[in-house]
Design a protein around this ligand. Sequence first.
Ligand SMILES: Cc1ncc(COP(=O)(O)O)c(C=O)c1O
Length: 358
Amino acid sequence: MTMSGKRRFVREDVLRIKEPSYRSLPDKTIKMNDNSNLFSINPIVRKIREQFDFESLSAYPSVSSDMLRNAVAGKNGVDPSQVIVGNGSDEIIDLVVKAFVDPGDAAVILSPSFEMYSRYLAVAGARIIESTLDAENFGIDVESIISSRAKIKFICSPNNPTGNAFSLTDIRRIAEESDSIVVVDEAYIEFALDQESAVGLVDELDNVIVLRTLSKAYGLAGLRIGYAVGGREPVGFVRRICAPFRLNRLSEWVATKAIESDDFVKKVAEMAKEERDWTSSALSSLGAVVYPSVTNFLLFKPPVPSAVLVASLMDMGIAIRDCGEKPLLDGCARVTLGPRKLNERFIDAVRTVTEDAS
Ligand SMILES: Cc1ncc(COP(=O)(O)O)c(C=O)c1O
């Protein structure tokens, strides 16, 4: 069969990828769907106007964001050569895949988990091996992950969208016993008050790369800042393919200040814990099954079909995420928590929809 138009020029791997369903929501929508920080504004944001040197914007930023890399290194007790910063941790996932994955290489991801790993892996032409979580408690199958022969393994902990974290002992075993690059995505670790970070492994286990973001607990999603801390050798390979000047001066300045003073993050994590407890019991009393979470979001199975709930809430101006199509999550939805008033508004809306349906 001959291909028409410009399809002739497109890579086979790109043709196989579904068009993304991303869409921008109207500004007025209450966005309880993207796990950003809805609790409060990071105080550094209010200082930008008086403290940031706007005239410096006529000059390029530093080639590889040295000021921010130094701050991240200091905070995590590693050398700056072990740090990469990026335009959101999404960009770093892309860079890591580009640096390590050849077409046809095997890569392990958890299922269900954050969708961007499979997206970037598909672009790279990887053979994706899904390690399905335990259907009861979303636990991780350590043995099967270790025994899967793959160049790269992505472990999201705490996991999006299930909300649970995996023990550092399990993560350590996977890294120790796998002849692979192990990427541990800790986008939500700041909310998991009792969870130890895998950053402590990177000097000992030279195959570990840990991803972090300032889009969640730090409350800076709009600036797009993520970072990775890892073994010197793997990080060195990723740095080889980094374009210069990827972070702009404003993002680098704000991120550096935010990392240097993270009392705000601790307060947000405390608020998230309280709101998880409150919202979980409110949802349960409406007949939903709520899964344990250590993050700023809850996965739950409402008493009405998730697609109906999500569409009805959207009509009321509240966006949440339908997870009902994902493996193991039939009928489930995910809601990002915020201050009590917002969660009450969400609960009132869920009550209206469930009462109307009965
Ligand atoms: C697990 C996980 N990793 C990474 C990201 C991407 O974060 P960023 O905004 O830094 O690109 C997200 C965003 O939702 C996420 O849930």
